[in-house]
Ligand binder design. Structure first.
Ligand code: CA
Ligand code: CA
Length: 392
């Protein structure tokens, strides 16, 4: 009797966690995700505010000093928060950054050799010489006093823009050394499947020369843009994460249905082709297209939750969540913790109660060197925060 009671209480606790119906895209052969009532898949969490007073913080990364570097989208501000809690704006030439709608100062990556080369990378809207705008990946250096950034060079330009809708743009430096860029389709229906457009893709490049990565699938193409393509057929890649096994995953926004988490395969087609015009009634992964389309490892179903930044979180202190993908959601206002099998099949989805609806829209997830996790909230008006999340 007692056991039955405990079980039903546990089920009552767990049931709301499944309000985002997990579904296996490709993976009808993969085990259906279940959350066993008797198991806690994520440790109890402690959540505190690490940095406050931000406007649409889009990404956050840790420097070797322990300071945090933060991009704020609309004010196009680069903010530094020291270990002791001091916050200041980094001086840098931001007058060229173009902000509109979903586009502004977005993705951020810190060079693995930052201690020596002081380099970091941003992806942002950019005002072109002579008018117009695009999205660009730029390299910068930060002075040793952590007060001033110097523009080094544009590594990649010409990521398409229209109104600012679906501007992307997440950065990840993989363990291979490649700089991976996740882009949006700029709400132009032909972009995702057009290999000469940089929109609706994941791209890989050399982070020093800006040249296409040497192992890209179309590296010998005549068209310059095509040489950068790693995968295509994406709608709006908002998250990139690398798993311990080296695989790189994208997290993207669905239309009215099916946000997706995708295991990226070199040269893969992820099936978004919203034509003619910008026809969003088509499936997020349209198998009727020519050739093979890669199904998502996870999709939200309907409605979408607007999945955003994500990181695979490693370390024994995370218990059963060691190695899981932590995914921030905007509209969903929650963290999703997903586990996958070696081939990408979904195994479980959990929403920790501590990060469900309490902090508003969640944008980015970053793991610190000490294993703890940062999550940014998406609020403007100085209400945006970087949250510190630790196992209790
Ligand atoms: Ca897809
Ligand atoms: Ca097909």
């Amino acid at each position: 009797m007692r056991r039955v009671l405990v079980t039903s209480v546990m089920l009552a606790l767990v049931a709301p966690l499944l309000s985002v119906a997990p579904s296996t895209g490709a993976a009808d052969d993969a085990p259906r995700p279940t959350v066993a009532a008797s198991e806690r898949r994520v440790p109890a969490l402690s959540v505190s505010t690490r940095v406050a007073g931000l406007n649409h913080p889009w990404d956050v990364k840790e420097l070797p000093s322990g300071s945090l570097l933060i991009t704020e989208r609309d004010p196009a501000r680069l903010t530094l928060a020291t270990r002791s809690g001091t916050k200041r704006a980094i001086a840098f030439p931001r007058n060229r950054i173009w902000t509109s709608g979903e586009t502004g100062l977005m993705g951020l990556a810190v060079d693995p050799a930052f201690t020596k080369n002081r380099r970091f990378y941003t992806c942002s809207g950019w005002q072109k010489d002579g008018g117009g705008h695009d999205v660009r990946v730029n390299a910068w250096t930060l002075d040793r006093g952590e007060r001033r950034a110097t523009f080094k060079r544009t590594l990649l330009r010409g990521l398409p823009t229209t109104s600012g809708r679906h501007g992307g743009c997440r950065l990840l430096i993989g363990r291979s050394g490649a700089l991976v860029v996740g882009t949006g389709d700029a709400a132009v229906g032909t972009n995702p499947r057009d290999l000469t457009s940089l929109g609706g893709k994941t791209l890989r490049l050399d982070r020093f020369s800006g040249k296409p990565w040497k192992r890209n699938p179309f590296r010998k193409a005549a068209n310059r843009n095509k040489r950068y393509v790693f995968t295509y057929g994406h709608r709006n890649v908002q998250g990139l994460a690398q798993r311990r096994d080296g695989t790189v995953w994208s997290v993207e926004h669905g239309s009215y249905r099916d946000d997706e988490v995708n295991l990226l395969r070199r040269g893969g087609d992820y099936g978004w082709n919203p034509v003619p015009g910008y026809d969003e009634s088509v499936p997020m992964t349209d198998q009727s297209l020519p050739g093979r389309q890669r199904n998502a490892s996870w999709r939200s179903g309907t409605p979408t939750v607007a999945t955003s930044g994500a990181a695979f979180v490693n370390g024994a202190k995370w218990g059963r969540a060691n190695g899981a993908l932590f995914v921030a959601t905007l509209a969903g206002e929650r963290l999703l913790v997903m586990t996958f099998g070696p081939q990408g099949g979904l195994r479980s989805v959990t929403t920790p109660a501590e990060l469900r609806g309490t902090y508003g829209r969640l944008r980015a997830v970053t793991q610190l060197r000490n294993g703890n996790v940062l999550v940014t909230t998406d609020a403007d008006g100085g209400q945006g925060k970087v949250l510190l999340v630790t196992p209790r």
